[in-house]
Each structure stands twice: as structure tokens, then as C-alpha cells.
Design a protein. Structure first.
Lengths: 188, 77, 285
């Protein structure tokens, strides 16, 4: 058990829906209008359409294909083809564990990661295997403590989510450093 | 408004497989499966629940698991 | 991938090219995993052969080249509307789609997606209800039909400025050939016919071309073509992002409702015929 960072909290606004991959598994990530982030299996239980192509309406994640709506608990609340149908709570996508801490959205289970004040920097999408990114760690760059959280997307692609744990001294320079890091990883 | 439905599926059935499928589907739709009889040629289900969900049960079981071929479906006693 | 061993898939006719695209210059394409070559001989006759050089049976019809890798037991679908000289014939061109062709047929049969995928074109909220329609496997002709399907559409055809309750019949004549008949807004006693011809390249890869035989005498050819292409592109986004990409014959991980009855009838028919190519259960076969 454990947690993997899959996004920066600031990159997921209320009403946003996104898709990501975790070890090859497709995950739909969305934030409801109350501000809570959710990570679900990226597959509508109706006919398998990826939920990450959907949209948030009335606080519900709505599937793009036939408009089936799911609330924050994952319960189906509407099936537009059958307006008289009251969906039961057993009609639901598979939900994954999702918490927010230290400016990031985390996917997994168990004791949640420590939650510290954080300043968002960047999510670096890299065409390298996650091993090349190194482990989850803190490092000091330009006098600023950074939290670097790697995400394995698939065998040859990964993402490094980066926040500052102390007020960043020079954001532009740090972003420049991160871009250089990605270039050097992909050139290797 | 909940209703009672009697649904007959006839064809070439694998009884254990169809039973497992039907029970799983009834639970998925929160329907009450009041009676279930099955052999290699037909299955008969008596269910209770909202009409649209009864229809959804019929749809799923008309297709059924891979090893069951449902040739005809009849609603009603 | 090598040629499939699925006999049900092999013993059928498949559209593989537009007749107008064929010349003395050989064209290479794929069918059911097999690399095939198409060309016209000195007399203009269409020829096809497989990777080993063996001749394949070829038919030219509906402006398309059809090939079989096996021995079909039925003739090619008969489309009466193609014989009517006063119709506008619109071949819409080929599109490659990263999904099973069977998923494309299922999407073609589906109406519940009109207000969402084709919002403000083929459907619009709040008119989302799919009223009951009969679906049947017609075993006498070995086809699947869904008849009298009614759906509110804001602008179903290029000539239509206001919404109407459209009535549509759907017809599946082969696992990879589907068509619809739609009462034309401009000529309510005759029906438009739109067919979708699918070339299965691999289990989760296909090419497809819609062909329309329309009663509309007002709209330009390019307007009607554009209309259909917009819709087809929207559907491509859907089928390429359904999981699995192949068509499940067992609905354990899905929840079909009454609105999905044409899809259920189609899958039941595929199962009865024993088709496995392009299905989830046939993967790796």
C-alpha cells in the first residue's frame, strides 16, 4: 500500500475532469464543485466509455457518451435515455483512494502522506521510465526545499510532480531548472 | 412504482453459468430475484423492482454469458 | 498479425476500397489480418490477391470494391435505394479507426448518444428519452433490425432548420455492414438510406466509409458530405475511447438498458453466428 502523486492540486480546478495513467491503468481524475478531488477507474459502467472525456454538471461527473451522471460518492444519479428511471447505488464506477496533501493529489491507500504547506511549481511529463526520475524525495534547489514526486504512467513514460515546501526564492529560475532536468532525462 | 416481472429465456444454456450471471445482474440492479429455475433449454426468472431496471435485467440476460445462447425471450407468465 | 482463423469472419464480403481509387497501380491494404493487394487489369476488371499471391474473389458494387478471404454463403447485401436514379449518392470517404469495427456498428445503432456526442445536431437536451422500439434477429433473412425508432432531433439533415421527431429503421446485414433508413424531412414519403461499410484490418483497427443515398434535392453535395463527416468524427472519438476497444459478447462489466436493445440484438446475433474476430472474448484467437 502507499500513495502516488498524480497531479498538482492547483492544476485541478472545481469542475475539471482529466485522464491520467498509473502503471498502464487509465484513471479519471475530477474535482467536484465542493472542492473534493476524486480518482476513479476511467471507464463508465454503462458501456465502457472513458469517464475522463466527461464533464461536471450539477456536481456530478457526466459521461460523454450517453450522459450518465455520477455523484461524489460514485452513485449513478441519472440515466438520460430513461428519465423515469431512478438509478440504484449499485450502479457505479470503481473508485480509487484519493487524497490531497502538500499541494498534490495522491492515488493509493493506507496512511495518508504528510500534509505540509506547499507552493505549486510544475508537473513534468517525461518520455522516460519512472526509475529515471528517482524516488519520492525532498531536495534543496536554489535555497528552496522542493518535494519531487514521481508517477509511473506506463513502461516508458512518467511524470514528476514538483512543489516547493518553503516559499520559493525564484520561481522562474526553478521552472527553468526543471525544464532543463526534463531535457537531460530524455536525452540520456 | 415497483412491479413484478416473469421472464423466460429459451435457447442453449449452461445452467450454472447462467445462474451466476443472473444473480450477479439482479444484485447489480438492486432487484429482488424471487424465483429462478434453469435447465439446459430454458430459464425462468420472477423479479420485483422498478420497470426500467427489470428491463435492464432482461437486456443483460438476453445476451447472457458467453456459453449461453438465448434464442427467445418472453415476458409474462 | 497473421490472417484470422475465424471462419465466420472469413466467409463474408468486405468493402476494402472505393472503385474510383482503383487503377492499374496496385494498392496494398489489409483485411482480417491478411495483407492483400488490389488493382485493375487491362480490361478494367478489379482483381485482388493475398500475401501468398492466391487470387481472391472480388465484387464491385455501390461504388466500392468488395473482397472475401473465404466462401460467403450469402450474396452481398441488396440496397434497393442504390438503384433509384433520382437520389443523391454521397460516398463520404474512408476513415481509419483504432477500435473494433463491431464497436462502430454498435455506435451506429445507438440513439441515446445523440444529445451528448452530436449535441445540437442529431439530438439536444432535454429531449434525451429513448422510447421503446422493437429489435429483432430476423432469422429468415439472417439480419438484425430495429424498427420505428423515434428520436427528437434538432437538425437531422442539411436541409432541416427546425427540430423534428425522426423515425428511423436500422438494419444490420453482415457483422461489419449496417444501414439506417430515415424519413426525409423534404420528402416525407421516401426514406434516406445511409450505410456504413467497415473494413476490419485487425481486431481493434478498421477502416470505414459511410455512403448515403439521399432524397434531398436542395443541399449541395459538399454540405451533405460535411454534415456526415462531422458526425463521423465525433463518433470516432467515442469508439476509440471505449474500453475494451473490442466488442464484449458477455455484458458482465456493462449495464445495458432498454435503450440498448438494438446493441443487445446485434451482439446476440454475432454470438449465434459464432463470430469471434473483433470481440473481446476472441482476443488473441
Amino acid at each position: 500500500m502507499g500513495w502516488t502523486a498524480i497531479a498538482l492540486s492547483d492544476d485541478l480546478a472545481p469542475g475539471d475532469v482529466a485522464g491520467t495513467r498509473l502503471d498502464g491503468q487509465e484513471v479519471a481524475l475530477w474535482r467536484d464543485m465542493a472542492g473534493v478531488a476524486h480518482a476513479w477507474e476511467d471507464r463508465c459502467p454503462h458501456r465502457g466509455m472513458r469517464l475522463s472525456f466527461g464533464f461536471v454538471r450539477s456536481g456530478h461527473l457526466t459521461c460523454l457518451y450517453h450522459g450518465w451522471q455520477y455523484d461524489a460518492q460514485g452513485r449513478c444519479r441519472a440515466i438520460p435515455a430513461h428519465p423515469e428511471l431512478t438509478p440504484t447505488s449499485t450502479i457505479r464506477p470503481t473508485r480509487h483512494g484519493c487524497v490531497e496533501a502538500s499541494g498534490m493529489v495522491w492515488h493509493g491507500a493506507g496512511e495518508p502522506p504528510p500534509d505540509m504547506p506547499a507552493w505549486p511549481l510544475r508537473s513534468l511529463y517525461c518520455d522516460v521510465a519512472v526509475a529515471a526520475l528517482g524516488p519520492l524525495r525532498r531536495e534543496k534547489w536554489r535555497g528552496t526545499t522542493l518535494l519531487l514526486a514521481p508517477q509511473p504512467r506506463n513502461a516508458s513514460q512518467s511524470c514528476l510532480h514538483v512543489v516547493a515546501l518553503t516559499p520559493p526564492n525564484d520561481v522562474a529560475a526553478l521552472l527553468h531548472d526543471l525544464a532543463a532536468l526534463r531535457r537531460s532525462l530524455e536525452a540520456a | 412504482m415497483d412491479e413484478r416481472a416473469v421472464i423466460r429465456f429459451t435457447g442453449r444454456l449452461a445452467p450454472a453459468s447462467f445462474t451466476s450471471f443472473a444473480r450477479h445482474r439482479a444484485a447489480r440492479l438492486s432487484l429482488r430475484l424471487d424465483a429462478w429455475q434453469v435447465d439446459k433449454h430454458q430459464a425462468r426468472a420472477v423479479l420485483h423492482g422498478p420497470p426500467d431496471l427489470l428491463d435492464a435485467f432482461e437486456m443483460a440476460c438476453a445476451l447472457g454469458p458467453l456459453d449461453c445462447i438465448v434464442l427467445h425471450v418472453m415476458r409474462g407468465e | 498479425m497473421p490472417r484470422t482463423s475465424d471462419r465466420v469472419a472469413l466467409d463474408d464480403w468486405y468493402a476494402v476500397e472505393s472503385a474510383a481509387s482503383l487503377s492499374a497501380v496496385p494498392l496494398r491494404t489489409r483485411l482480417l489480418g491478411e495483407a492483400i493487394t488490389l488493382l485493375r487489369d487491362a480490361n478494367g476488371a478489379a482483381l485482388a490477391h493475398d500475401e501468398a499471391g492466391a487470387s481472391l474473389a472480388v465484387l464491385e458494387s455501390y461504388g466500392l470494391i468488395f473482397v472475401t478471404l473465404g466462401a460467403p454463403t450469402r450474396p452481398l447485401v441488396h440496397i434497393a435505394e442504390a438503384q433509384e436514379q433520382d437520389r443523391r449518392v454521397i460516398p463520404c470517404g474512408w476513415t481509419t479507426i483504432r477500435a473494433s469495427g463491431l464497436r462502430l456498428v454498435e455506435n451506429f445503432l445507438d440513439m441515446a448518444h445523440f444529445p451528448f456526442v452530436h449535441a445540437d445536431i442529431l439530438g439536444a437536451e432535454p429531449h434525451t428519452e429513448v422510447v421503446h422500439y422493437p429489435s429483432a434477429i430476423r432469422r429468415d433473412v439472417d439480419e438484425v433490425w430495429a424498427t420505428g425508432c423515434r428520436f427528437w432531433q434538432p437538425r437531422a439533415a442539411a436541409t432541416d432548420e427546425t427540430g423534428t421527431l425522426m423515425e428511423i429503421d436500422y438494419r444490420v446485414t453482415s457483422p461489419f455492414i449496417v444501414m439506417l433508413y430515415r424519413f426525409a424531412p423534404s420528402a416525407p414519403h421516401r426514406r434516406d438510406c445511409i450505410a456504413l461499410f467497415i473494413q476490419p484490418l485487425e481486431e481493434a483497427l478498421c477502416r470505414a466509409q459511410p455512403v448515403m443515398w439521399l432524397v434531398d434535392a436542395i443541399s449541395t453535395h459538399s454540405a451533405m458530405l460535411h454534415f456526415e463527416q462531422v458526425i463521423f468524427r465525433q463518433d470516432r472519438i467515442i469508439v476509440e475511447n471505449q474500453r475494451p476497444l473490442t466488442l464484449p459478447l458477455d455484458p458482465r462489466h456493462e449495464i445495458p438498458t432498454r435503450a440498448d436493445s438494438s446493441s443487445v440484438a446485434y451482439r446476440r446475433w454475432l454470438k449465434e453466428r459464432g463470430l469471434r474476430f473483433g470481440t473481446f472474448e476472441g482476443r488473441g484467437a
